[in-house]
Write a protein that binds this ligand. Structure first.
Ligand code: COA
Ligand code: ZN
Length: 305
């Protein structure tokens, strides 16, 4: 198989998944989830967030978590870093190899999420990039609401390309595009990916899908068909508040892994270990998770007719 068929799945459950779960996990519980992920083969993990503890209480224990966390050989850890204060905290955490800066393509969503204009976020992006360079860490950028904004409706492709180009010029060579409210469709994905590839042929592009309308696997496959090789997922499909209708989490990482393997791509992941990790996640968050592939492993262990 050619190396171009190799797909990287980045596990963001400990960050994006947990931040939207109702139940606040203890640091020890998060560490047990990290341990459950070790045998899966997932190499890229977003493990926490250096955001304001009041903005995301679930991740207020970033420092304590990292103090107890053990990195498996070959793993690359990232964490969200939203501003200068976040980069000061990240600089003190040597285990965090990559700092993820995020902003929204939509002005209204950016204001709601980080209380800044997009232009001010781009200034923060410069600060974070400079601090990361000073601390010897790599960076990636995430553009949220790249397809649809919950406040402004569909996001024009030009707006996404404009923000992506600015991030790239600042030094963000790895850029991921988020379908924050899970409202994209495959044709939207193809349109955006083609526009980004035209504008930024040297960038490493990735996609971050939420599965609100069940279309994340179809969208990921559409992205892979256009040449995208980096996708985010959350083990078991963690995320989303069970009490907020329509708010659902990232697509389950193991569901993406199953689909890509079935379609002839190579993920290098152990599906049985992923299903086991998804069940661990389910026990910790205390609710049935939406991941589908994990169920097939339960059935298999029951045998049957
Ligand atoms: N970590 C810890 N504390 C922080 C911080 C950070 N990254 N950024 C700011 N603070 C503190 C400041 O030190 C300041 O404290 P003080 O009042 O004791 O001096 C206070 O927060 C206010 O600082 P300000 O710069 O005005 O920040 P803010 O309150 O406008 O918050 C963000 C801006 C971006 C940090 C905040 O909105 C945030 O963390 N949002 C995260 C949203 C998120 O994670 N969404 C999900 C991911 S897509
Ligand atoms: Zn997300």
């Amino acid at each position: 198989m050619s190396p171009t068929q190799e797909i990287t799945l980045r596990e963001v459950g400990l960050r994006d998944g947990l931040q939207a779960e109702e139940r606040v996990l203890s640091t020890a519980e998060k560490l047990s989830l990290l341990r459950a992920l070790a045998p899966t083969g997932l190499r890229r993990l977003e493990v926490t967030s250096f955001v304001h503890p009041k903005a995301i209480p679930q991740l207020a224990d970033a420092e304590a978590f990292l103090a107890g966390a053990e990195k498996s050989p070959g793993q690359i850890w990232s964490a969200l870093v939203p501003n200068g204060r976040g980069s000061e905290r990240a600089a003190l955490a040597p285990a965090i190899d990559e700092w993820t800066f995020f902003l929204s393509a939509s002005e209204l969503h950016n204001q709601a999420n980080v209380r800044m204009s997009v232009e001010d976020s781009l200034k923060a992006a410069v600060q974070v990039a400079e601090a990361a360079a000073g601390a010897g860490r790599s960076i990636s950028g995430v553009v949220a609401t790249s397809f649809v904004c919950p406040y402004a409706g569909p996001t024009p492709v030009e707006d996404v390309v404009r923000v992506a180009r600015r991030l790239y010029e600042i030094g963000y060579r790895r850029l991921l595009f988020g379908d924050t409210i899970g409202a994209a469709s495959p044709s939207m994905v193809r349109r955006l990916v083609r526009a980004l590839q035209d504008a930024l042929p040297q960038a490493e592009l990735g996609l971050h899908f939420h599965n609100t309308r069940g279309q994340a696997p179809a969208n990921a496959l559409a992205g892979a068909g256009e040449g995208i090789r980096l996708f985010d997922g959350s083990i078991g499909g963690m995320g989303g508040c069970p009490y907020a209708p329509g708010a659902t989490g990232n697509v389950a990482t193991e569901d993406l892994a199953w689909l890509f393997e079935a379609e002839g791509y190579r993920t290098g992941l152990d599906l049985a270990a992923m299903a086991a990790a998804a069940r661990t996640a389910e026990g910790l968050v205390g609710r049935t998770l939406p991941g589908a592939v994990m169920r097939t492993f339960e059935e298999a262990s029951c045998g049957g007719d």
